[in-house]
Ligand binder design. Structure first.
Ligand code: DGY
Length: 321
């Protein structure tokens, strides 16, 4: 008899076919995530779960689903999983590191450029028929090349962004991270390690790429935003809770910060209403890794992890417990 596996959202058909070779599958066919109650009900009797970031795993769910052995998250971020609770329940959890680094870095860069150069604002202006004439001061934005990029969180994606900034855009890169990078990683991108306060004060563009956890909750709030240059931009491709969206909206509204590019939001898909009103906020629906190749790679790696975790193959990614 095949082990039973729950797939919390639809993924590529070929991935489901592969999973079905090994498991008896139940797939959420709805175009929305299951509620916590629905998830708990569907998870009864399942040994494995193919999880997307739209659902969470916590101690209560694990208590209610004692058959569960493996949770394979189709994401590199795993703040939707209580890893210590999984460890305590003997549940293996996995993620998809590496395969989305470059496409996410591309998108982060695109958001930063869009915010600094008022790209979406310019487009809205044109489409709404307001473009009557050329004028010297129309849609003037902020320079990106040869400015200073501040990277908050220098993991794989932070480093990929720093490489683009340093080698492609002639930017100076400063960064703040839990620990300093070894010299052989810092040197090629000329990245300089600084304290958090210095990072905020000196950067022209802040890129938030730090994983979300209890320690990084609102790591960028009103006090931090107050340290930044009025001409600076902030881009968040990490997780919503890292930035206090209400404080950010206030700073953008009062022009204490020039612009922001946001792909992630606290409580998404809900977006703070004040952000929706702001012309200087570029807002996208958590799609930084959404290219065809990358999403196929993520979906495939999560399937590999589930198959391996359930006992038939090598494991590709696993969050530290
Ligand atoms: C990730 O992999 O953590 C992404 O944010 C999901 O799209």
């Amino acid at each position: 008899m095949k082990p039973k596996v729950l797939v919390t959202r639809k993924v590529f058909p070929e991935v489901l076919e592969r999973l079905a070779e090994h498991f008896e599958l139940e797939v959420n066919e709805l175009d929305r995530p299951w509620t916590a109650d629905e998830l708990r009900a569907h998870l009864q009797g399942k040994q494995g779960m193919y999880l997307t970031p739209t659902n969470s795993v916590d101690a209560a769910l694990l208590d209610a689903c004692p058959d569960l052995k493996v949770v394979a998250n189709m994401a590199v971020g795993y703040n939707n999983i209580d890893v210590p609770a999984c460890t305590a329940h003997g549940v293996l959890c996995t993620n998809t590191p590496g395969v989305l680094t470059e496409s996410t870095a591309d998108f982060g860069f695109a958001l930063m450029l869009a915010a600094a150069r008022r790209l979406t604002e310019s487009e809205r202006f044109l489409r709404s028929g307001q473009w009557a004439n050329w004028s010297f001061d129309m849609m003037m934005g902020r320079e990106v090349h040869a400015t200073t990029l501040g990277v908050f969180g220098m993991g794989r994606i932070g480093q990929a962004i720093a490489r683009r900034a340093s080698l492609g855009f002639g930017m100076q890169v400063i960064y703040h991270n839990r620990s300093r990078l070894p010299a052989e990683l810092e040197e090629p991108i000329k990245a300089r390690y600084v304290g958090k306060e210095q990072l905020l004060r000196e950067c022209d563009h802040l890129m938030v790429v730090v994983p979300y956890s209890a320690e990084t909750h609102h790591a960028i709030g009103a006090a931090e935003l107050a340290l930044m240059k009025r001409t600076a931009t902030l881009t968040n491709i990490a997780r919503g809770g890292v930035v206090d969206d209400a404080a950010l909206a206030e700073a953008l509204k009062e022009r204490r910060l020039a612009a922001a590019g946001l792909d992630v939001f606290e409580g998404e898909p809900h977006v703070h209403p004040a952000l929706l009103e702001l012309p200087n906020a570029v807002l996208t629906p958590h799609v930084a890794s959404a290219t065809v190749r990358t999403r196929r790679a993520m979906a495939g790696m999560a399937a590999d992890n589930l198959i391996a975790g359930m006992g038939c193959g090598p494991l590709a990614g696993r969050p530290p417990s």
